[in-house]
Design a binder for this molecule. Structure first.
Ligand code: BEZ
Length: 211
């Protein structure tokens, strides 16, 4: 069965551009993004990996490690890294898994045979410090992902893991949030002493709690 939100992210040991990695040990106590791309030396993937490398500091700030995967061998990953640096202006600065035997792709259901028998789709898994899956996304090979959106979702996941709030449509860091419906008004008085605005009894808006 496909992995679902709340499931434990399957552990594995794999060869990467930065040596052998035991996934759970590599995650440590922080957050992680595991993503697949269809193939090395392809145009959209080249832009994606350049952009992710450019954003490394943003992931670091959020205590999130990033690791990529395709079913290509590690020598290809290393040769392709030169093209990424040359064409995107940012050197690859996170590990890429060489999943030639499709072990990890199979564990995470990253090959969708009706899309392609030979390549992984563009999967993204965000994994929390408890090693549980917090978010999954699947994009087709033809569509590059928006990694600013991934950072936005991570901000929401990290905030809502800590506070009894949810984030509304198009929310961005610093904007007002919503008190979750399971919190009564009586409890909300303790949790949000600065007060909130009730638009409907189920729609209570509060400034974003400070971390
Ligand atoms: C790409 O990254 O450009 C790509 C990869 C596989 C199929 C189509 C496009």
């Amino acid at each position: 069965m496909a992995l679902q939100l709340g499931d434990e992210a399957p552990n594995f040991t794999a060869e990467t551009t930065e040596g052998s990695v035991n996934f759970h040990e590599w995650i440590g106590n922080g957050w992680a993004v595991l993503f697949s791309h269809p193939k090395d030396f392809t145009p959209v993937c080249t832009t994606e990996l350049g952009r992710l490398s450019a954003l490394k500091g943003e992931f670091d700030k959020r205590n999130v490690k990033v690791i990529g995967l395709s079913v290509d061998p590690v020598d290809d990953h290393r040769r392709w890294a030169g093209d990424i640096k040359e064409t995107q202006g940012h050197a690859l600065n996170f590990p890429l898994i060489a999943d030639s035997d499709r072990k990890v792709a199979t564990l995470y259901n990253m090959i969708h045979p009706n899309a392609s028998d030979t390549m992984t789709v563009r999967s993204v898994f965000v994994i929390g410090p408890d090693k549980k899956i917090k978010l999954s996304l699947t994009y087709p090979a033809s569509t590059g992902r928006n990694f600013d959106e991934l950072l936005r979702v991570i901000d929401s996941l990290q905030l809502t893991a800590k506070h009894k709030v949810a984030t509304p449509v198009d929310w961005k860091q610093g904007q007002d949030v919503i008190i979750v419906p399971s919190v009564s008004d009586a409890d909300a008085k303790n949790l949000f002493p600065g007060g909130w605005k009730t638009i409907k009894p189920y729609l209570r808006v509060v400034p974003q709690p400070k971390s």
